[in-house]
Design a protein around this ligand. Structure first.
Ligand code: HEM
Length: 211
């Protein structure tokens, strides 16, 4: 277990750097996307220097989100595999919301809620990339049928909606579970946090595995 002044290292600097690039670029892509989606959000385009710059920058910012998220996903996908214990955890969602962690199955590096959200992020980002590429066709001198472009626009909007809701839940949960945000800002967690929220992970790393 990697320790720093009696704290457990949960994320190394490289992981944190990638995560925060994803977070900032995701917010920018979301704001630009909303500005183009509905007249109500048009004022947001001022953040990017007006309508044309919003349209021109959005696909590139989206690519940054995808590429950096892919790097994060490669690092973390092994820890997000769903297990039988996770299904039990999900079936006891009432205990999760009521903060009865003692009644839940022991959690590994991530709980089932985090794992489901991880796969939602991955699937929606792949759909956003594919549908985005269809709508970016002019840049590649490609031609897709009108039906195809309409379908891409619908897939893009629905995936973005699901992902935005997912990220709101992700941010809420990271502040709700006290001591989580520091894992992504400073890289470390307290042993008490690890024991309480990720007991199986704590036991595993205490045996001498890498954090
Ligand atoms: C301001 C925005 C955000 C905040 C405050 C935030 C906070 C956090 C925190 C505290 C963790 C560590 C949780 C733990 O180790 O238990 C985490 C992990 C993670 N975050 Fe974020 N995050 C934000 C945005 C995003 C965005 C936009 C994405 C992706 C589109 C994302 C993807 C992830 C992933 C994949 C993990 C690892 C968890 C896993 O693999 O299941 N985050 N985040």
């Amino acid at each position: 277990m990697e320790r720093q002044n009696n704290l457990i290292v949960r994320y190394r600097p490289g992981d944190r750097f990638i995560h925060w690039v994803v977070a900032v670029s995701f917010i920018l892509a979301g704001l630009g996307g909303l500005a183009m989606y509905h007249p109500m959000f048009v004022p947001l385009s001022a953040l990017f220097g007006g309508g044309p710059w919003t349209r021109a920058s959005h696909p590139w910012i989206g690519l940054v989100v995808f590429v950096f998220f892919a790097a994060l996903a490669i690092r973390f996908c092994r820890d997000n595999k769903l297990t039988a214990g996770d299904r039990k955890w999900l079936s006891q969602i009432g205990d999760v919301v009521a903060n009865h962690e003692e009644r839940l199955p022991e959690v590994g590096r991530y709980n089932a809620g985090q794992k489901v959200l991880f796969w939602v992020m991955l699937i929606t980002l792949v759909l956003l990339l594919l549908s985005g590429l269809v709508m970016w066709y002019g840049y590649f001198a490609l031609d897709f049928s009108l039906g195809m472009r309409r379908l891409a626009a619908d897939v893009h909007a629905i995936s973005a909606f699901v992902l935005i809701i997912g990220i709101i839940v992700h941010i809420y949960a990271s502040f709700w579970v006290k001591g989580s945000v520091r894992s992504m800002t400073r890289g470390t967690v307290t042993p008490a946090w690890a024991k309480q929220h990720h007991a199986a992970w704590y036991r595993e790393i205490s045996k001498g595995g890498a954090a």
